[in-house]
Design a protein around this ligand. Structure first.
Ligand code: AMP
Ligand code: ZN
Length: 482
């Protein structure tokens, strides 16, 4: 079955055909590093990671580029408000670079804890100013710009397809239809490519350019860096749905305005994570961080599991109850896998059973091929771990392959659980044997209180006894929900 992806451009599910067979070039909008990422932002990055892992699982060689915005992002995406980085630096009495450095490290800590693989290339806006200037020069040469009030603007009236991604109609683009206080703009939808002196006289970071000393608008960094690393045309571009209307719409206008050709083939957008009490906002400071979830006793992978349980195009509502349920489901899953690990793999030569693991794996693959349906893929994994007709070694191999997509550290977690349960109480097998003999003797002497005492002592050490007609057997308990 071919891979199908929902393309925001055109709003349809389409067969995925990469520009170069077997390879995928993919750019995802990264964090603006003026604050901690909130758990909504982290949804966008878990999605990028899941997409990249899924593409690799499906056999593609993936080049994944992500930017780090450390300059030029104003509090409003449409050139309004203050520079987010500069504002934070002023509040903290630190330099913009110190702020960027601190929150970039915090971002890496978060993505590592969520098992998000590092993209092939991570690139900072401030390291690519020359590429931005070069691209703006091309846009200008193609007649898409005007200079007003000290800034260079993109003139959307020169770009016929402006707003195709967002499904703007021509009426939407009338001058009156969008409130904007920048009187230099000919049309409120025009946007800044290069700022000089109209805003922030004391802007900390400025560069020389053909339009004067200044700094780039926010949108240009993604066009410049993606083309620098992936070429003038590439396969996939991602971001949260909030980027459709302004950021990605403007990225397309300026990129295609520079090259004169189609820029990106597939646009994928993740829906928002919302709180039961409404929107989370990084700029208002009203949000939850991953660290806060950890402080409440959750494992970062509980949050990853929670996210994978929803399709990336469905809105997800965060609640502590759903986090608890994600934690329980993940624990149960790990416990089941630990039990499979403990089971003796006796009948691995039965090929008809071996094919069963492949059936689960094939269905898992098919769900990914249908627009990366992680909830359905997860349910195949849940089915596999409950299917005791699959030989354990085969099941473990299939789980390992599924986990290259899910990134839940399933085998390691199960192994750690087993190690922990083996260590519980620090009791050796011979000590257990001696206690069982003593209990059998106590029972034969009708000393039931001593027999119960021994059973309880073993239970507390994670040893479960079972009395059978042929004697007492024992096994290690693997977690309380097993
Ligand atoms: P930022 O650091 O603000 O530039 O945002 C980083 C990414 O998070 C972008 O792709 C946004 O579209 C995305 N994003 C922002 N808020 C949310 C949310 N509540 N849920 C999901 N994605 C979000
Ligand atoms: Zn971007």
């Amino acid at each position: 079955m071919p891979l199908e992806l929902y393309n925001t451009m055109g709003r349809t599910t389409q067969k995925f055909t990469p520009l170069v067979p077997g390879k995928v070039s993919f750019y995802g909008c990264g964090p603006t590093v003026y604050n901690y990422a909130h758990i909504g932002n982290l949804r966008a990055f878990v999605f990028q990671d899941t997409l990249s892992r899924s593409l690799s699982f499906l056999g593609y060689e993936v080049t994944h580029v992500m930017n780090v915005t450390d300059i030029g992002h104003l509090t409003d995406d449409a050139d309004d408000g203050e520079d987010k980085m500069v504002t934070k630096a002023r509040e903290r009495g630190q330099s913009v670079l110190e702020i960027a450095d601190f929150y970039t490290k915090a971002f890496f800590d978060d993505i590592d804890r969520l098992n998000i693989q590092r993209p092939t290339i991570m690139c900072k806006a401030t390291d690519h100013i020359q590429q931005m200037i070069d691209l703006i020069t091309r846009i200008e040469a193609n007649g898409h710009t005007y200079f007003a009030g000290g800034n260079l603007y993109f003139d959307i009236s020169t770009f016929a397809d402006y707003g195709a991604l967002a499904h703007f109609k021509s009426d939407d683009l009338k001058v009156e239809s969008r409130v904007d206080i920048d009187t230099n703009k000919r049309n409120p939808y025009d946007f800044v490519l290069w700022f000089t002196k109209s805003k922030f006289e004391n802007q900390a970071l400025v560069w020389d350019s053909p339009w004067g000393r200044g700094y780039p608008g926010w949108h240009i960094e993604c066009s410049a860096m993606s083309m620098h690393y992936l070429g003038e045309q590439f396969d996939i571009h991602t971001g949260g749905i909030d980027h459709i209307q302004i950021h990605h719409t403007n990225e397309i206008a300026q990129s295609e305005g520079a090259t004169g050709k189609k820029w990106v083939n597939y646009w994928l957008h993740n829906e928002f994570l919302i709180m039961d009490k409404g929107k989370m906002s990084k700029s208002s400071g009203n949000f939850l961080t991953l660290q806060y979830l950890i402080d409440q006793g959750f494992d970062p992978l509980d949050y990853r599991f929670f996210l994978l349980g929803g399709h990336y195009r469905s809105q997800l509502t965060f609640s502590w109850e759903s986090m608890e349920s994600a934690r329980n489901s993940r624990r149960n899953l790990v416990q089941r896998i630990a039990r499979i690990m403990e089971t003796d793999a006796t009948d691995q030569t039965d090929l008809s059973k071996t094919a069963k693991a492949h059936e689960w794996l094939n269905r898992f693959r098919e769900h990914l091929e249908q627009d990366i349906s992680t909830p359905r893929a997860l349910s195949e994994l849940q089915g596999l771990v409950r299917d005791n007709t699959v030989p354990p070694a085969e099941a473990l191999e299939a789980i390992k392959q599924m986990d290259t997509v899910l990134g839940l550290d399933l085998l390691d977690s199960a192994k750690n659980l087993l190690d922990a349960s083996h260590c519980t109480g620090g009791m050796s097998e011979s000590q257990i044997g001696e206690l069982i003999s003593e209990r059998t003797k106590a029972k034969s002497e009708k000393n039931y209180s001593r027999a119960d005492e021994i059973r309880n002592q073993l239970n507390e050490s994670g040893i479960l006894l079972e009395d059978t007609p042929s004697g007492t057997t024992w096994k290690r308990s693997i977690g309380e929900n097993s």
